[in-house]
Ligand binder design. Structure first.
Ligand code: ZN
Length: 528
């Protein structure tokens, strides 16, 4: 018997199997080990199911009897019974039991499921793994000789192939996503194999069947190539920044192009969503690479460290900001674990006096934590029509600070001539090793910009022009102040009180420190 052997788990074709039916081989598509004997038993069972299905659906007794049925009857049975049944089962399996697979990201679901705009359910290529592998029996039906015998015209055969292509794509995309969920380093080879198969695997079918489907298929091909490029770019040390940026840009363009292309059906829009999500993931990975430039940390080690911290990203609400927020986290982790520099205003000499001054009669500080808190800093140019400090209509230059670790409103405006403005310039020009725990950003530069504009407008400032947002860290003192009657918490910056949730800020800073120690240990092991 020379019937092709398929992996009993994912149905991927197996080749170069050992002669010994009991010797285990590893599936090159899903990574599961299996024996030839198990694969052959599974195929036998599936074909039994297919014959049962044919008997129920078309009232025929399988391949053996097809030759006795004339062509007209076969064509009739195929179009009236078999094809509608297959279509219904495929749509039901895909749409009802699995969901919008084409809208799901393939790349790093473990990290993405915590990013803004994503939910855990979006990682359905991983979370619905069992249902997706269940498609294997449906695919066996679509490629069975017993069924193919009824597809007498090329249109009928194409209809079968189109359905099979939908299932193939889902299983292959899930194989790739599932492999990457176990870590880019571990899953790279399996993911690469599957993505390469996804690139163009169904193009022949789509080109003939439907130009709209062909458009979607072309987008899939670009997607697969860009994802392979991303995986390859992070596996080298240092990561290939240009390749990462290029892959992210290509994914973004493809998602855009697909939205405007004529795909007629929902699938085009859905696939565009999936590709856009992969683009965000690729941007996140590219910004991690940028954050660790010049350090000994690899992207893969940083991704592994970030993933368990990602639940802290809950407050980051703008998808566009996600790569920036992750950049900030990676930068802080790199600085804490390797002593690399971050742009920080280091002076804490004001803390004691400021906390002392904040205590009223009978109050004393019971605990003071000083943490480097991130702020988005924008150079600002604006005019003020009227007011106490400014001459009417005079142009005004300053620096706008927006707390990046909290979603609370708290924009600070520093005049250009204020000493703090030059401290900020120095921090940006010469990043320094953090001497304090570091908190992580929750708000990206776009959200920060909106916040700054709103505050400045509310203060009567007009013609506001804000420069590029840059992340700068300032020491913030979180003090628990107790008195005879109770306690309160204050948050002080060198520029006065700032809005902050002390418990979460200190908690996040501690979590980052712990993660950085773990990362540093990992690096020590690698270099040893
Ligand atoms: Zn497999």
């Amino acid at each position: 018997v020379t019937s092709p052997v398929e992996c009993p788990t994912c149905g991927g074709p197996a080749r170069d199997l050992p002669a010994d039916p009991r010797q285990a081989v590893k599936c090159r598509w899903c990574g599961t080990a299996f024996e030839r004997s198990t694969a052959e038993e599974t195929l036998k069972r599936l074909h039994g199911e297919i014959r049962d299905w044919l008997r129920k659906t078309a009232g025929v007794e399988g391949a053996a009897s097809t030759s006795s049925i004339d062509v007209a009857t076969r064509t009739f049975l195929f179009n009236e019974r078999i094809l509608p049944g297959l279509r219904r089962d495929v749509r039901r399996a895909l749409d009802e039991h699995i969901g919008d697979v084409d809208g799901a990201p393939i790349l790093t679901p473990a990290l993405l499921s915590y990013l803004p705009g994503f939910t855990r359910e979006d990682a359905l290529l991983v979370s619905k793994r069992e249902q997706i592998l269940g498609l294997r029996s449906l695919r066996a039906r679509l490629e069975a000789e017993e069924v193919a015998a009824f597809a007498t015209t090329s249109a009928d055969r194409l209809a079968l192939e189109t359905l099979r292509a939908d299932i193939d794509r889902t299983i292959i995309a899930s194989n790739a996503s599932y492999a990457l969920a176990s870590g880019i380093a571990l899953g790279a080879e399996l993911a690469r194999t599957n993505l390469a198969a996804l690139d163009g695997s169904t193009s022949a079918v789509a080109e003939v069947a439907d130009p709209a489907a062909a458009t979607v298929t072309r987008a899939f091909a670009v997607r697969s190539k860009a994802l392979i490029a991303t995986i390859d770019a992070v596996r080298v040390t240092p990561p290939d920044q240009a390749a990462l940026d290029g892959a992210a840009a290509r994914l973004e363009e493809t998602a855009q192009w697909l939205l405007t292309a004529d795909t007629r059906d929902l699938r085009g829009a859905l696939t565009s969503t999936g590709i856009q999500r992969d683009a965000t993931a690729a941007r996140v990975i590219a910004s991690i690479a940028q954050a660790i430039r010049g350090t000994t940390i690899g992207v893969v080690a940083m991704l592994d460290t970030l993933a368990p911290l990602a639940s802290y990203l809950a407050h980051c609400t703008r998808g566009k900001d996600a790569p920036w927020v992750v950049f900030a986290w990676a930068q802080a982790l790199a600085a804490l674990s390797t002593g690399a520099g971050i742009p920080a205003v280091a002076d804490t000499s004001w803390v004691n006096a400021a906390v002392g001054a904040a205590c009223g009669n009978g109050e004393r500080p019971a605990r003071v934590d000083v943490v480097l808190e991130p702020f988005w800093v924008y150079s600002a140019r604006m005019t003020k029509a009227e007011g106490f400090f400014f001459v009417s209509g005079k142009q005004y230059d300053g620096v706008v600070l927006v707390p990046a670790a909290t979603s609370h409103e708290g924009t600070l405006l520093v005049p250009r001539e204020h000493p703090m403005a030059s401290h900020i310039d120095r921090a940006l020009a010469a990043p320094s090793r953090p001497g304090l725990p570091v908190d992580s950003a929750q708000v990206g530069p776009e959200a920060g910009r909106l916040c700054a504009r709103g505050t400045l407008r509310a203060r009567g400032l007009k013609n506001v022009v804000l420069g590029e947002g840059q992340l700068v860290y300032f020491p913030v003192a979180f003090a628990v102040i107790v008195s005879g009657t109770g306690q309160r918490t204050i948050s002080m910056s060198p520029l006065g009180p700032v809005p902050a949730d002390a418990a979460s800020a200190v908690g996040r800073a501690e979590a980052l420190t712990r993660a950085a120690i773990g990362l540093g240990r990992g690096l020590a092991t690698v270099s040893a």
